[in-house]
Every structure is written in C-alpha cells, then in structure tokens.
Design a binder for this molecule. Structure first.
Ligand code: NAD
Length: 492
C-alpha cells in the first residue's frame, strides 16, 4: 500500500489538538503546545496542547464529578458503547494505522496488527461488562450469610507508553469503562496523536462528559504527580519503564492507592536441542522484531543449546538480513525507525559493549547515515554473560545469542534477571515445556510460539516487571473493589 502526502495530511487533520476535559476540547490553561515528530524524518507532524498543573486538576475534578452517575449506568449501556467503539476503530483501521506509523515509526502492516489487537480489548471488555459477578453463601457455622459484591474502584489515572499508542490505551480504557470507572488518561508525549483520535471516537459515540479526560503533557511529574497524592483519585494504572514505575509506586504510598504496573521486560528465548529450528527461527522473528524490538515482550536474550546454536544463528541471520529498513509508510518496509535519537544511541551502546567484551557480529551493528533514527537488524553471537545487553532492555532490532548445555543451566540463565514479564521456549518435549512453565520466573510463557499477547489472556509480569494483569477476566478486576456484606441469619 502506498500513501501520498495528501493521505497523511487528511489523517493528521482528524486529530484534535487540545486537552479533553469534561467533554470539551480546549487549549491548555497556559496556552502552551508541544511538537510531535516523525521518527523517520525528524520533522514535525503536528503540535498538541501541553497540559498544565491546572489542567490536571480540572481533569481529575471532571472524573470525580462524573464517577457516581457513570458507575450507576447500566452495564449493558457501557458494554454497547465499547462494542460501538470496537466497530468504529475497526472501520477506521487504516487511519489509525497510518497515524501510529507516522508518530511511532512502525511499519503500516504492523500498525494494522496493533489496531486489530487494540480494538479487540474494546470487544473483549464489552463482553465482560455484563459479567461482573458477586456471591452469596452461608457461613460455615450455618448462622450468618456472606454476600460479596463488586463495585467500580473510582476515578483512575491511566499513564501509557509510546510503543503501542492505541493498544496500551484501550487495554486500560476498555476495562475501566466496563467496570464503571471514570478516567484521566496521560499518554506518552512522544506519541499523543493516536490517543487524541481515540478519545474523539469515544466522544462522537456519546461517552458521557467527564468519563474520559485526556491530558498530554511534557511535565508528567508536575501534572500527574499531584493527582497521585489527591484523594479524589482511587486507582493508578501505569505502563512504562520499571524505573518510573518504582517511583510511582512510592508516590502512591501516601494514599495507599490501588496500583497496576505493567513494566519493563528482559525476555529469554530458549531453543532446546530437540526444537524444530525453522519454527524456532519463525518464532524468533516475531518475538524479536515485532515493533522493531521496541516491545516489553521482545526477546532480549537468545539462549540456545550449544548443539544447535550455529544452525539457529545462521538461519536467523539469513531471515533478518532480508528485511527492508524504511519509513513505516514506505511500501514494503519491515523495520521502521527507533522512536528517537536517544533510544538509538542507547541500543548502539549496548551493541558496542558486547563487541568490546568479545561478542561477534553476524549482521548489522552500525548506525546508518541519513535522516531518521534507523537501526539495522543486528545479530550477535558468542555473547559473554557479563555483557550489558543481557541485563538491559534492548528496545531495538538486536538479537544477542548465547549458549547452554543443560536444561538446568538454561533455566538459571533465563531467571538471572530482576525482570519477569515473559519467556519463550522451543522444544518438542511437552514435559520439558511444562517443567519450564513451572520453573521460569515469569508472568507469561510462550511455548513453541513467539507471540503471547492476546486480549483474552492475562497479560502481566512478576518480579520487577509489574503488579496486576491486563486483559482476560483478570483485567476488569483491576478496576473493581470487593465489598463483603455480613448478614445476620435470616432464618431466626
Ligand atoms: P517511560 O517509563 O519513560 O514512560 C511511560 C509513561 O510514563 C509516559 O507516558 C511518560 O510520559 C510517563 N512518565 C514518565 N515519567 C513520569 C513521572 N515522573 N510521573 C508520571 N508519568 C511519567 O516508558 P516509555 O519509554 O514510554 O516506554 C517504554 C517502557 O515501557 C519499556 O520499559 C517497556 O518495557 C515498558 N512497557 C511495558 C509494557 C507492559 O505491558 N509490561 C508494555 C509496553 C511498554
């Protein structure tokens, strides 16, 4: 598919530029704006309002005022709004995909995949909205009755990252709507446009004013920091780096805020001697290169049995060398730019450190000349365990390969990280697969697959990769409180 400048302009023109508070799009109180850049060219795409402290306060007040009525809205009404949003986003798939490709850099085909994934949270939670259950039972002594009911936790602050601009927003907004929570959304300031357009879709579909408020800001600490300490707020759901997550957990302590944290990862990708190597390479392409490697679920360390490491490395190199690097909206592009120059320098520093410590480069490893923040698909082999690249999130299209000789050694290497989001393993031995599921310290495990993300599965990590789950039945629980009602024996 190819796009003209007029196509790009038409899509950019759909995006509102203001803050969205109490159902109104308006300028920020200080009238400041900030620019949003195309990472493939470094050029400005559009400017949006830069929310101030006062805008943050107004957004929370709007969410607070809308909360009671919204929680009382019939679940079916909330469900049908989500269903309508699913239909609308799906119908606008090309527009959303173009917008994400422009502001984030991912290839158009991948952006279409994200639209499908992001929209699916709207459909999934439209189905969950009417399935929030309590229970009623008799106490063991036969006297009192126990009733348990669920209710919306209350106004939620949602903070999202730049790497999946639509899906990270819908993964939070959809369960919050389903549960009856109002929201203040603070999207990443590198990619605010997609959230702005999505909020417009919900507005057009009749979402009551104040239920969703959107404040983009270049000063998150000043704008959202006070909200976290404000007793009108009842919930914080954050997706982003472990470093920022840790700080927000600490800030949340002052009012013992309910928190959900989807943080960083350092996924091991294990290939055993009995694996189907072609399938493992196929899985590796997905796990490594989806989103140019800029995914929390990206395979960060390839841990391959010594007897198949050479074959795996060669086949992966052959596949990765065939990829076309280019702007996401360019025809046939498979690998877009990284999000910004700082990110590219970070990836390159990890590659340099590995080279300095003795790793061999099979492919890539050099920053190309020209505009945009492109980094080539890169394969490193014989990577010593002391390399920074094995302990840091790479967030780029770089595959470091190291080897193991026994299953115990592979598990030790895989668990040797403070992160615990996801692991992948390829083996034909089902018992081994089950042993790994029990022994790997992760919240998600891909067995003979390089992709686990699915709105019907509970997404989330253990250790320093986070708290709570998004998607699936668990996803709505994050926005619900449990209330226990003790009832005197009704028979006496
Ligand atoms: P980041 O932590 O820098 O920023 C995330 C969000 O937090 C952005 O909206 C940012 O503006 C905001 N933020 C930054 N400092 C803040 C502060 N002091 N107070 C309030 N908000 C603040 O992360 P990023 O670079 O946008 O995203 C990449 C990270 O996100 C990676 O570590 C990746 O693994 C992680 N991630 C995790 C998941 C998951 O589901 N586990 C999914 C996607 C991305």
């Amino acid at each position: 598919m190819s796009f003209t400048q007029a196509d790009e302009k038409r899509v950019l023109d759909l995006v509102p530029t203001g803050v969205f508070i109490a159902g109104q799009w308006r300028e920020s109180s200080n009238r400041k704006t900030f620019d949003v850049f195309d990472p493939a060219t470094g050029k400005v795409l559009k400017s949006v309002s830069d929310a101030s402290y006062e805008d943050g306060q107004a957004a929370l007040q709007a969410a607070h005022e809308a909360q009671e009525d919204w929680a009382r809205t019939a679940p079916r009404v909330r469900a049908e709004l989500l269903r309508a949003a699913f239909e609308k986003v799906t119908a606008m798939s090309d527009d959303f995909a173009m917008l994400m490709s422009m502001e984030m850099g991912k290839p158009f085909a991948e952006a279409k995949g994200e639209v499908a994934y992001g929209a699916e949270f709207l459909r999934w939670f439209s189905e969950e909205a009417a399935r929030v259950y309590g229970r009623y039972s008799t106490a063991p002594d036969g006297k009192n009755r126990i009733m348990v009911l669920k209710k919306a936790v209350g106004p939620a602050l949602l903070i999202t990252p730049w790497n999946f601009p639509l899906a990270m927003a819908t993964r939070k907004i959809a369960p919050a709507i389903a549960a009856g929570c109002t929201m203040v959304l603070k999207p990443a300031n590198l990619t605010p446009l997609t959230s702005q357009l999505f909020a417009k879709v919900l507005e057009d579909l009749g979402l009551p004013k104040g239920v969703l408020n959107v404040i983009n800001t270049t000063s998150p600490q000043e704008v959202t920091g006070p909200l976290i300490k404000d007793d009108r707020l009842r919930k914080l759901s954050f997706t982003g780096s472990t470093q920022v997550g840790r700080k927000l957990i600490a800030d949340s302590a002052s009012q013992v805020l309910r928190v959900s944290m989807e943080l960083g990862g350092n996924a091991p990708f294990l290939v055993f001697e009995d694996a189907d190597i072609d399938k493992a390479v196929e899985g590796a392409m997905l796990a490594k290169l989806r989103n140019m490697g800029e995914a929390c679920t990206a395979a960060n360390r390839f841990i391959v049995h010594e007897s198949v490491a050479e074959e795996f490395g060669q086949k992966l190199t052959a596949r990765m060398s065939a990829l076309k690097v280019g702007r996401g909206l360019e025809d046939g592009s498979n690998i877009g730019p990284l999000i910004e120059e700082k990110a590219r320098q970070g990836v390159h520093a990890l590659v340099q450190d590995a080279k300095n410590k003795g790793a061999k480069v099979l492919l890539g490893g050099e920053i190309p000349s020209g505009e945009g923040y492109f980094y080539p698909p890169t394969v490193l082999v014989s990577v010593p365990e002391t390399c920074e690249i094995l302990s840091n999130e790479i967030f780029g299209p770089v595959a470091p390969i190291c080897t193991f000789s026994t299953e115990d050694e592979a598990i030790r290497m895989a668990n040797n990280t403070e992160y615990g989001l996801v692991a992948y393993a390829f083996t034909k031995d089902l018992n081994r697969g089950l042993r790994l599921a029990e022994r790997l310290e992760v919240g998600m495990f891909g067995l003979n697959t390089g992709l686990v993300s699915n709105p019907a599965g509970p997404f989330g990590g253990v250790k320093q990769s986070g708290l709570g789950r998004e998607g699936s039945q668990e996803g709505i629980e994050e926005y619900l409180e449990t209330v226990y009602v003790g009832i005197a024996d009704p028979m006496v």
